[in-house]
Design a protein around this ligand. Structure first.
Ligand code: NAD
Length: 247
């Protein structure tokens, strides 16, 4: 990843901070954004002051577009975008307002369109279309299975899976692949406190870790791995392949 310029959304916590660390350790130039200004700053302090942090709310269309464009201008281009921000905010259907539903979509789904569109506009030239690029979107196994009260989240993640294949085809003239990853249960804090049954219910025998997602992102970004395109890669320890009927 030496010299590759990577932009990660939601890099201050959870899977995002693991992505920041993994790409930095792999030699990439890393920038990330997050709404959590305090944690964002501490990520730079803990990992490296060379990492760029943009405090912004990705659901604020204007402010977020400005961040994306100013990063492209600062670096001259961005090679890899990882659209990781996601909020779940489950609430019973009858108690969920239309505004709450919209807010989940504009936080989880719309930013994927905003970053991808900005990169395509920036590279919309004969030379630009030849440049290496990767877009990776973080969806969820909720794209195909649900818990009660997850309408906004499920819709946003299903939207990401579909937006991913649409972008892969729209960007086929470019040297950019677009894939998404659907994590299952990824424990981002207190992994050691999980119970045996938490682990054992997974066909893989364990709950997932942020590193399980980060290593797939690295794999997808290897220049030789450019034949994987438009796909949704499920990383869930086999849970969505397990049939569960209670007697
Ligand atoms: P997290 O809550 O730990 O991290 C999400 C980050 O996004 C936080 O740093 C948060 O501050 C930031 N964020 C939230 N709203 C924002 C906004 N409006 N603008 C800017 N930043 C904002 O979540 P996580 O568990 O690390 O999840 C990361 C991604 O993986 C999400 O898209 C999530 O849906 C997906 N995912 C996670 C799991 C899991 O088990 N952890 C499972 C499936 C999918």
């Amino acid at each position: 990843m030496k010299g590759k310029r990577v932009f990660i959304t939601g890099g201050a916590n959870g899977i995002g901070v693991c992505l920041v660390r993994t790409f930095y350790d792999a030699g990439a130039l890393v920038a990330f954004c997050d709404i959590d200004a305090e944690k964002g700053k501490s990520v730079c302090e803990n990992i490296s002051p060379d990492i760029l942090f943009y405090p912004v709310d990705v659901s604020d269309e204007k402010a977020f577009s400005q961040v994306v464009n100013s990063l492209i201008n600062r670096w001259g281009d961005v090679d890899i975008i990882i659209n990781n921000v996601g909020i779940s905010n489950f609430s019973p259907l009858v108690e969920t307002s239309i505004q709450q539903f919209d807010n989940i979509l504009s936080t989880n789904l719309r930013p994927v369109f905003i970053t991808s569109r900005a990169l395509a506009i920036h590279r919309n030239s004969e030379e630009g279309k030849r440049r290496y690029g990767r877009i990776i979107n973080i969806a969820s196994t909720c794209y195909l299975q649900s818990e009660p009260g997850s309408e906004g989240y499920a819709a946003s993640k299903g939207g990401i899976v579909s937006l991913t294949h649409a972008l892969a085809v729209s960007l086929s003239e470019y040297n950019i692949t677009v894939n998404c990853i659907s994590p299952g249960w990824i424990q981002t804090t207190g992994y050691e406190k999980l119970s045996a049954s938490d682990h054992n219910q997974h066909p893989a025998g364990r709950v997932g870790k942020p590193e399980d997602i980060a290593s797939m992102c690295l794999f997808l970004c290897a220049p030789e791995n450019d034949f994987i395109n438009g796909q949704n890669i499920v990383i869930d320890g086999g849970m969505t392949k397990k049939m569960i009927y209670e007697e």
